[in-house]
Design a protein around this ligand. Structure first.
Ligand code: CA
Length: 234
């Protein structure tokens, strides 16, 4: 099962880009490299990464232009990577929605720690997830660290997208998440086919979860509104 997080690295300095990509791969992530704004945007659209590491000084545009563009409809974590030690640049980028900021030159351990933390806060915002990174309700167990899901101790094999949907719903368990909220969080954009794509994924998840009509299931479809994962009070 290939559930590796995809991380897009947009950095025009080849040495740094290679260094960051190698570092990420060595730490179990899948790195995708882009060397300018235009290519970065293309890679972003086609790979839909889980996180972006973004250089501010790109040859064809400022990195903040990329940030502004993706923040129109996506909340995915962005870590700014820049030579600019300027506080104002940093605050500006954070105000525009960057999650964190690393100044070059940076230490390998520091960058990996920032990546881990940004992914964790993006995926594990829930008060329901225990300190060891597990979500548990009525026999359903989600191990966020390993990105694995179990029901009554049997592993449920999910695709990366299906897992991301389950993780998102579990982080907000007990609350209804609207279709558009889920779609934006999972795919980063909302187009004509999105609702259908979500419904297909949900149908597959429910099948894998062994959902049966009339039986109490883990995920409730609030018709016309969205989906809700049951919590401990259900
Ligand atoms: Ca640069």
């Amino acid at each position: 099962m290939n559930n590796k997080y995809k991380i897009l690295v947009i950095e025009d300095e080849k040495n740094i880009n290679n260094l960051v990509a190698t570092l990420l791969e060595a730490n179990g992530y899948r790195a995708i490299s882009a060397f300018d704004y235009k290519n970065g945007m293309m890679m972003y659209e086609s790979y839909r990464p889980d996180l972006v590491i973004l250089d501010l000084g790109l040859p064809d545009a400022d990195g903040t232009a990329f940030l502004r563009e993706i923040r129109k409809d996506s909340y995915i974590p962005v870590i700014i990577l820049s030579a600019r030690a300027d506080e104002r640049e940093k605050v500006n980028a954070l105000d525009m929605g960057a999650n964190d900021y690393v100044t070059k030159p940076f230490g390998s351990a520091e960058l990996v720690a920032r990546v881990r933390s940004a992914l964790r806060s993006a995926r594990h915002g829930s008060e329901m997830s225990s300190p060891d990174g597990m979500f548990e309700v009525n026999g359903l167990v989600i191990d966020y660290g390993a990105r694995r899901v179990f029901i009554d101790d049997a592993e449920i094999r999910l695709t990366q997208t299906e897992y991301n949907i389950i993780a998102l719903l579990s982080e907000h368990s007990g609350k209804v998440l609207t279709y558009s909220f889920i779609i934006k969080a999972i795919w980063g954009y909302n187009d004509l086919g999105s609702t259908k794509r979500l419904q297909v994924n949900m149908a597959n998840i429910r099948k894998k979860f062994g959902a049966k009509p009339g039986k109490k299931n883990y995920i409730v479809n609030e018709l016309g509104v969205g989906y809700r994962m049951c919590d401990r009070n259900d």
